[in-house]
Each structure stands twice: as C-alpha cells, then as structure tokens.
Design a protein around this ligand. Sequence first.
Ligand SMILES: [Zn+2]
Ligand SMILES: [Zn+2]
Length: 146
Amino acid sequence: MKIDGACHCGDLTYEAELNLEQVLVCHCTDCQAMSATAFRVVARSKPDTLTLLTGNPSTYSKIGTSGAERVLSFCPRCGTNVFSTTAGDGPKVHSIRTGSIRQRAELVPVAQMWTRSGQPWVDSLSSIPKLEEAYGPPGGITTYDR
Ligand SMILES: [Zn+2]
Ligand SMILES: [Zn+2]
C-alpha cells in the first residue's frame, strides 16, 4: 500500500510502500521511552521504498536487543519521531510511526510485540471511560463520574 506522511510541523514529508502484514503494536521499553507514552504502533515499509520528500531529519542511534544498531529519524523542529531503520549498507526496511502516516486509519495492527513489558492496563483500554473530546476545559478540572 502506498502511503505518505509528515511530522507535526510539516517540515518532514515522505512517501513509502507498506507491507500491510507488518503493522505492529510495540510494547518494548525503548518504544515507551522514545515515544514518551505507553506503546507505539509501527508499519514496516517494503525494502527501499521510503523516499524523503522534504526536510532534513535529525537522527539518533540505539542498540536493540539483537545487538544491531537502529537509526531513528526525527524532526529537528517539532521533535516528531517519524521512522527508524538499520544502520549501514543494504536494503532498508523502515519502521514508520503510524501516527505520522496520513492513511493511518486504514492501518490495523496484525500483532502486538514485547507484551511482557507492556503497561498492565493496556488490555483493559476498551473498558476505560471514553470522552469524544478533551477531558474538561483547557486548564480546568473535570470530575469524571465513575
Ligand atoms: Zn516537524
Ligand atoms: Zn518497540
């Protein structure tokens, strides 16, 4: 599936061809720390199909549990983490953060990985009370009636 995406400020834009069998929720502790939230959803590209259209990402390298280096790209202006890939030469499969993909509503995860480090409440997400919009007025306090 052909997709396109952008960071929050719009400086970084890209397009890629996705492998729809590789849309995954990741509960690993690196994804929690680097997304600064509870879990991350990624879609893997087909090899060498990601093209950066505009912008110049900053990068950060980390060593994964496999011992391999991963290079993460993010926007130097707004900080959005857009994708990661392997270091060095060879075909590049990009792990694209689905929140940056314009067609993200069509990307349904096929599996969840690293659930052993997942937050204990994620399996009960559907039973947590829902609000269609913000929780209370900005700056205000709402008492949620359980
Ligand atoms: Zn940006
Ligand atoms: Zn992860």
